[in-house]
Write a protein that binds this ligand. Structure first.
Ligand code: ZN
Length: 379
């Protein structure tokens, strides 16, 4: 558990105390295998002691009114490069900089962030999502930003007198820092997946930049050494491609990077026992450096499953391509329209519980992973 998690856990415990004090209708604590009832029902899934398992709970009516559903989906956006341009300066749809919309203008990116905020999304770290630890406030929905390829996302202009980096205000970091100052409750954060050339500011500068990033709420992940399609590579090549980046990050920001791989080109799409070489994405040893990965990301087109449900696959986490195509072909607008029509994960505010309407799991096989959390259903 990192410091942020401990802080959240403490906050949750404090909230619990005050909520219980003001709550007229306490939820019912029931052992596993119990029938669900009209009142919010708590199912104990792990061994817990009442003194230490404090968690936040609300009435069924409060859950219903907020639409709390933690089996629903989460948008993980895949950005690439952000260019300091207005939308009018490109010859493509909306804020796309290229035909396929992999690169986006700074104007469009800033507008995206403001739009997600006003729709009730709050950011969280990808690594916490993979750990099943979702700590956005009650009634809000998680939002996760990712950037692949590095170049142009963190454009260094120089160094301030206090030794901190000065960024181009139109690069990804420049815009996120601006939004962070404007919306302190947005929890601005993102995970940057890098190749061997990092952010392209030169090794010495990028080392300092990486340290600044992890100290300022951003995460760094693995996008392979040479940006190769791992699908089709043999085990040794995969070990080199994945291991070299972990080794590099371990030299620069030891213990502070995330053990997650964004698969270049989203390849391979499928792992499995028939392809044992892909196990090297998840563990291996490169030049004496042993590494493990806890998840890998596809490119994909749409929202991710909640980490708690049957269809979620940590080796093939889906992302939304962050581009504009007039509301068609799985662009941002189409994806968020679907999310907002009853598909979005809406949080109960407590990272240690999983709350959903009982009607969403009538077959009983939709909820799969509980990560030791308390499960609460309501009617
Ligand atoms: Zn890439």
């Amino acid at each position: 558990m990192n410091n942020r998690k401990i802080a959240s856990a403490l906050l949750a415990a404090t909230m619990t105390a005050s909520l219980f004090a003001g709550c007229s209708k306490e939820p019912e604590l029931i052992e596993t295998e119990s029938e669900t009832t009209a009142a919010p029902t708590t199912v104990e899934t792990t061994e817990t002691t009442p003194e230490t398992s404090a968690f936040v709970t609300y009435t069924a009516e409060e859950y219903r009114n907020a639409g709390v559903n933690e089996l629903n989906s989460v948008p993980i956006l895949m950005y690439h490069r952000i260019y300091g341009m207005t939308n009018a300066e490109t010859s493509y749809t909306g804020g796309n900089v290229d035909k396929d919309g992999y690169n986006r203008t700074s104007e469009a990116f800033e507008a995206d962030l403001r739009s997600f905020y006003s729709q009730g999304y709050r950011m969280m770290r990808l690594t916490d999502f993979v750990d099943g630890y979702i700590a956005v406030p009650f009634g809000y929905s998680p939002l996760i930003l990712t950037f692949d390829d590095g170049i142009r996302d963190v454009v260094l202009q120089g160094w301030k007198e206090d030794g901190t980096p000065e960024f181009d205000p139109t690069c990804a970091i420049g815009i996120m820092e601006k939004i962070k100052a404007e919306y302190p409750d947005y929890n601005v954060t993102a995970t940057f997946f890098v190749n061997a050339d990092l952010f392209g500011n030169g090794r010495e500068n990028d080392e300092k930049v990486l340290k600044w990033m992890v100290d300022n709420g951003y995460d760094i992940g693995n996008h392979t050494r040479d940006h190769v399609k791992l699908g089709g590579c043999d085990a040794d090549e995969i070990e080199k491609q994945v291991g070299a980046i972990y080794k590099l990050l371990d030299e620069i920001i030891p213990g502070q990077y995330v053990n997650i791989v964004a698969l270049p080109f989203g390849s391979p799409e499928k792992m499995g026992p028939d392809k044992p070489q892909y196990e090297r994405i998840f563990s291996g040893t490169y030049e004496g450096f042993a590494y493990t990965s806890k998840a890998s990301l596809l490119c994909a087109w749409t929202r991710s499953y909640s980490p708690f449900v049957r269809d979620y696959d940590y080796t093939a986490i889906r992302r939304i391509r962050a581009y504009d195509n007039g509301g068609k072909d799985w662009d941002i607008e189409q994806n968020f329209a679907q999310l907002n029509e009853g598909k979005r994960y809406i949080s109960d505010g407590d990272p240690n519980t999983i709350v959903y309407p009982s009607t969403d799991n009538t077959s009983g096989d939709w909820l799969k992973m509980t990560y030791g959390h308390q499960v609460i259903t309501y009617d």
